[in-house]
Design a protein around this ligand. Structure first.
Ligand code: GLP
Length: 241
């Protein structure tokens, strides 16, 4: 793993965004893997700035998001679809036709997950994937489980994750209990990965991910086996390394 320690959250975002810009400059129709959560927000803000400055053109880029809550419509305040449009897609020239997120209202989740995976394959696979990390080591919504999940699938969220995400909803009961998520296998098939993390609350899990045993108990630990992972941290998240 390449580890970069940035002086603060904004700098971390500028570093990660530069990596994305370089990818799209090199390959205009690159397949970009996007994530939600607070971790990538400074990266998205920096990507928007690079677009406005005319440094990068996203018009041919294809995008696939990691995950979506089950049961939320795309226009729900907390859907990841809305998050992505509010925080990135509306502000850059990505073609909405090229945007893909799992559909949390799909009638047949298994069939939809298989189709999503097939769409990623048909696009040629993900060139560059951004990841955040949950405090329990989840990536996407791949929670600690007895085994690593190979493909996009339906996940039961852990109590830890529901509590972490409760801040965006009125109450614990309002947080969806299931999600659709790319699998660990789907993430590992991305050619390059950038994981961003900031703040003291991520320090322990970052230490486990980088230095600990590779185990499905800490799903992000599998990234130790990927040949092109860059971890961009602020000093608080890196404080236990
Ligand atoms: C959610 C998302 C993850 C994200 C995680 C951490 O559970 N599904 O992709 O990495 O939250 O969120 P944050 O970046 O807000 O700490």
């Amino acid at each position: 793993m390449n580890i970069i320690i940035a002086k603060d959250y904004d700098t971390l975002g500028r570093i990660a965004a530069t990596r994305f810009a370089a990818q799209v400059i090199q390959k205009p129709n690159a397949v970009l893997g996007f994530a939600t959560g607070s971790s990538p927000l400074s990266t998205y803000a920096a990507m928007i700035k690079l677009y406005r400055e005319g440094i990068v053109d996203f018009s041919k880029a294809r995008t696939f998001n990691l995950d979506e809550y089950c049961g939320l419509s795309r226009d729900h305040e907390q859907s990841y679809y809305k998050f992505m449009f509010d925080n990135l897609f509306t502000h850059i020239n990505v073609d909405p036709k090229n945007v893909h997120l799992p559909d949390g209202l799909a009638k047949d989740f298994s069939a939809h997950c298989r189709e999503y995976e097939a769409e990623i394959d048909a696009a040629g696979g993900i060139d560059l994937q951004i990841l955040g990390i949950g405090t329990n080591g989840h990536i996407g919504f791949n929670e600690p489980e007895p085994a690593f999940s190979p493909i996009t699938h339906r996940v039961a969220l852990t109590e830890n994750t529901i509590r972490d995400n409760q801040r965006f909803f009125k109450s614990f009961d309002d947080v969806p209990k299931f999600a659709l998520s790319m699998g660990i296998g789907s993430i590992m098939r991305a050619r390059s990965i950038v994981l961003v993390a900031s703040g003291k609350s991520k320090a322990e899990v970052i230490k486990g991910m980088v230095k600990g045993e590779i185990t499905p108990d800490l799903p992000a630990s599998i990234l130790q086996l990927h040949c092109d992972v860059t971890v961009v941290l602020d000093s608080a998240a890196a404080s236990l390394l």
